[in-house]
Write a protein that binds this ligand. Structure first.
Ligand code: NQM
Length: 354
């Protein structure tokens, strides 16, 4: 008889995933990954025999455990599961699922709820950096209801503020992993940046598009997909990531001038499929590039006013991020931040495909 595993299904930002206590999963990563593929229903384009949502943004897992470090409350390991491929990758982080980690920690009793709100210090295992999440917990329990709206999610929910430190070089070891603010790959000027997410940033016009296309239009453009695929493969090597053929990083973001009053308009590929919006750490990385002169994003960006966030426009609205940099002598990231929401969808036992 198949045994059920305690699982909390949660929307985190504009993603959705299965959240587990590490203790409820096998300790051996290979055995754990095999189990998770059977839980989500991969490989299968519909994930029909599992709880995955048949899209990379809904084929995600968060594994959470109490932290051994005194200045951190919990460890969060993010796993990206392939939909059509039987792949499980820990090479990237996810700032969207991160929004659900603090609430999960309170739900599972790993962190005691504060009187009005709770702050949870989260070690992001994938990128060896720390995020601090704050969210409402009136009466000692997580309150998911609220009036914060985020683009890409219908309705409103309680705010989860996320503050980041040490995200620069999360996967590549340096904010500008090629050592340069601008490189030329396949005849296209690109900026390779990693402030939490390795991203290859290029002007949309350089790839023969406007940067204002719908997701469906981008998805139907086979020639564009081929150019994105080639760009990221070559950039992966330049960024020190090795052969990224089967990896979910680096992402590619095409940029154009903002047209709804924001800082910059974006179209992102994860890694070749167009994103409906943009990832949290992806947006922070692109926003960081926009603040640095000499990058492909800088001249296309409209600087935000003093003390205003960078408004990153995307196909379903915008994402506001804050990035504080010291510019001299080399750029150093002081902190980054974002506002998200999260919602508990289901708490129970999940039964993996045998
Ligand atoms: O960049 C998608 C998402 C993400 C990752 C991806 C993310 C982030 O939208 O922090 O959140 O880049 O694959 O959830």
């Amino acid at each position: 008889m198949t045994t059920g595993i305690a699982c909390l299904l949660m929307r985190g930002g504009t993603s959705k995933g299965a959240y587990f206590l590490a203790d409820d999963l096998p300790a051996d990563p290979a055995v754990r990954d095999d189990l998770l593929l059977r839980v989500l229903g991969s490989p299968d384009p519909r994930q029909i025999d599992g709880i995955g949502g048949a899209h990379p943004l809904t084929s995600k897992v968060a594994v959470i455990s109490p932290s051994a470090e005194s200045d951190v409350d919990v460890d969060y390991l993010f796993l990206q599961l392939g939909v059509e491929q039987a792949t499980v990758s820990d090479r990237q982080n996810c700032g969207n699922l991160l929004a659900g980690v603090g609430p999960f920690a309170v739900e599972r009793g790993l962190v005691a709820a504060g009187a009005e709100r709770t702050t949870v210090r989260i070690r992001m295992v994938n990128s060896k950096s720390v995020a601090v999440a704050t969210f409402p917990t009136p009466d000692g329990a997580v309150d998911y209801a609220g009036d914060t709206a985020i683009c890409g999610v219908p309705g409103t929910a309680a705010p989860v503020t996320l503050d980041f430190a040490d995200t620069a070089g999360s996967a590549c070891g340096a904010l500008l992993p090629t050592g340069s603010r601008c490189d030329v790959i396949d005849g296209v000027e690109v900026t390779c940046v990693d402030n939490g997410m390795p991203v290859v940033v290029a002007a949309a016009s350089e790839l023969g598009v406007t940067g204002y296309e719908t997701v469906a239009e981008l998805a139907a453009d086979a020639e564009l997909a081929e150019r994105v695929r080639s760009l990221r493969l070559r950039a992966g090597t330049l960024m020190g990531l090795g052969d990224v053929e089967t990896a979910s990083i680096p992402k590619v973001t095409l940029v154009a001038p903002a047209r709804s009053g924001g800082t910059l308009c974006t179209r992102t590929f994860i890694p070749v499929r167009p994103h409906d919006s943009i990832g949290v750490l992806g947006a922070i990385s692109v926003g960081t590039a926009a603040l640095l002169d000499g990058t492909t994003a800088h001249d296309l960006a409209r600087p935000p006013g003093p003390d205003r966030p960078l408004r990153i426009e995307h196909p379903t609205g915008h994402l506001d991020v804050t990035v504080e940099l010291d510019h001299r002598p080399v750029p150093v990231v002081r902190r980054s931040g974002v506002l998200r929401t999260a919602r508990k969808l289901f708490d129970g036992l999940v039964f993996p495909r045998p």
